[in-house]
Design a protein around this ligand. Sequence first.
Ligand code: ADP
Length: 605
Amino acid sequence: MAVSSQSIQQNYDLRKAISTNRLIGLWRMLTGYRLKYTAATLSLVVSASARMLTFQLLRYFVDNIFIAQDHHIGLPMIAAGFIGLALMDGGFSFISGRLSAQSSESVTRRLRNYLFDHIQHLPFAYHDQTATGDLIERCTSDVDTLRRFFSDQAINAGRVIILFIINFTAIYQLNPKLAGISIIVIPVILVVSILFFNKIFKAYEAYQEQEAVLSTTLQENLSGVRVVKAFARQPYEISKFDKDNWEKYLRGKKLYVLNSIFWPISDTICSFQILVGLYFGAMLTINHEITIGTYIAYAGMVILVIFPIRNLGRLIVDMSTGLVSYGRVMEIIKNPRESLEDGDYLPDKDVVGAISFKNVGFEYEGDHKVLDDISFECQPGQVIALLGSTGSGKTTLVNLLPRFYEATHGRITLDGIELNRYPRRYLRTQVGIVEQEPFLFSRSIRENITYGVGREVTDEEVENAARAASIHAVIMSFPNGYGTLVGERGVTLSGGQKQRVAIARTLLKNPRILILDDSTSSVDTETEADIRSALDNLMIDRTTFIIAHRIQSIMQADLILVMDGGHIVQRGQHNGLLQEEGIYRQIFNIQTRIEDELQKEIAGV
Ligand code: ADP
């Protein structure tokens, strides 16, 4: 139900579960479900008590009825007692299972939702430094480990401790000597468990890290499948994957070897303990210190005491995986969110689009300056073109406009107001971006065009936008028109078509400032004409920044900024720049020469 999941989300802040003590952190994660959890554990206690009482009843049956022939309590009553206790045992164990499954599933569902929500709000800088595969790993595999921790290990830890106390007390009442004998190996088991806990903790951490490496390799390979095929790099990719996979195998093997050493050791210690207990019990019986009934009851109960201890060892070791995953998930949560609302200046209408940069500088975290001393001004509706080699800082410069990153030096103003006084959410409604390789979702074309518009739009509006983007006719040629699915389950659009869908989307969003990554160079002439006319429609009345790759597409620009190594090295308009000695003229000459040669080749000269 949408309403309830909303309310879970709103009232819940996972950041409160950040703690240096991982167990405390995990306990805090249970907020809202602790009562259910406690009820689940208590139900197990009731069930365990019923089992313990069964042995007490057995003792009574052997000693009083079987041996002493005291028929004070009739056989039917005893039988009813056994059945009642069995029902209690089974019933409460069922209730506990239900409660623990319910709460652990709810806790992890809430955790997944929170994580997703959190990731949606992390800044670009975070994603720059984080591999997508690693994030996916933490949101799936680690969350699942936590689910197991909550549904099995945490509940069982409570259960075994209580089971031990109940059964130990019961044996103690039978005979204190027996009780003492039954627990002599506890320190040994605990020491062995803690030793393995540390080893398995480290091994599991290494294993999860490698799993993340592997899924990053896989994810990057799938996203970049075209590049891999184009460069015929399959053998390299396969051997890279194999290498990562081999490392995962080695780490996995280490983990399982550790586990397979631990279990036999702990089982042998426990079996030894049971033998010792039974031997001493037999001695006490032979010496008439305890009755035969007591011995039979003890034989059952000593297992009930030892097994919790054995399980506790196993749990301590298993819990290490939960603690590792807790740390890995919390590493994401610890990153502060980027606020979409931080800014004290929120106009109730659109901006006009006058932009000024004054001595703006920028560096990525801990890096050298990638933008230095950038100053320029532009009027509303003007076209500013950025030209320069790869890595000269063009993308970084335009990324400052929607506040994807904040300038580290100097001032940027929009309509005379400092850019960082505008809330990011508002700015992002005012800035539209058409990327060189636009990303379309695997949804219908209509959904892709209306994505992010933030209001109901009519079919007519969608079609008008598509017409202006020269893509309407293409869409109508598909059997399902605007309902056609894009991507794996639907049509595959060409680069030029994708770009025009993105242009239609931006037209509908109607931003005052536009950022275009000019990429008409990679498409054929007909498509180029379509895209050009789509772009011309899009640019009307908007302040436009074009990241240009070809001089042809920026000859009309009001201001051309030529960039090199993070600096503006030339500025002006096409004709003026052609007169100057510099990069601009060099690029122009090279490009015209190439095009001339191309024309000649086509003409067959
Ligand atoms: P252009 O768009 O002109 O090709 P960019 O703005 O993408 O140039 O890059 C400018 C410089 O900043 C380059 O040296 C690039 O390596 C560096 N850079 C770009 N993005 C990042 C990032 N997210 N983190 C660190 N450095 C980056």
